[in-house]
Design a protein. Sequence first.
Length: 354
Amino acid sequence: MKHIVLTGGGTAGHVTPNIAMIPALKEKGFKISYIGSYNGIEKKLIEEMGIPYYGISSGKLRRYFDVKNFTDPFRVLKGFSEARKLLKKLKPDVVFSKGGFVTVPVVIAAKRCKIPAIIHESDMTPGLANKLCIPSAVKVCCNFPETVSKLPADKAVLTGTPIRQELLQGDPEAALRFTGLKAGKPVLMIIGGSLGSVAVNTAVRNILSDLLKDFQVIHLCGKGKLDTSLTDTEGYVQYEYIKDELSDLFALSDLVISRAGANAICEISALKKPNLLIPLSANASRGDQILNARSFEKLGYSKVLEEEEITNEKLLQTIRDLYANREQYIEAMSKSSQMDSIGKIVGMLWDCAK
């Protein structure tokens, strides 16, 4: 039996593609272990699946001044030492990294231990963690065709992003029972990412009374971001985070508003849900979500509003326009050729396993 170590963490976007591959990895015959941070979101998600989980020290690599910039390099060095010890103990045949800062010491340690590592980049351009990992990886999987030219030619492989297959099997009737919403009125779902988005939450709640004239609203707002004053609002339900019922909520939804993390928008596209993307501002990121969103807009899959251009009137009108023209977005997404990302990546991992 070949043994694989998966790694990735910090946000759900760095974990869910790994989770999407686990059934196929098991079917292929892999023994699976996971290395993540001590207390990241990945720990709970992976342990719930019964996969052996090992935590290491993790530091964030920031592009801006923060006092933690002076201490986090020592946490990264500690993480490298811990990862190396774990890999020598686990003796995996291959490592697969989905990104996030916790993966840097794992991938570098894998190279030192002569274990082949394959990494995956979901965004249009590689993030800092993956840039640091690329020299230690044997292959770099990517999601967008435009990304291939930004990677070493001998390592780049266009695979797309693994999509959780259970998302494709949602039951709208189950969602109606779960949410208490009514059949017959369009449903708008808002997703701000696993950590939530204050900007998206605020923008939606500012126009909620007008939205509820035309739609019912499911709001996944992030941990600690519930608005208790809206708890009993008819036609509006809010949750910090949804896991098991997410496929049902997607099945019920007619439109989706989302951030533009690559994993999220690929899932929305696979589900063929007309969507409005509000990418994370370039002021608060390296601008990858803006590139992702504009790529999907160009393909006809999405409408895009950047944070800086949002007004109550513009947001409301954009949502109404999206709903009025929803069929053209569904048609564009239906014409896209979906890659068998899971099959392609699992096959590569099997071939690379020493």
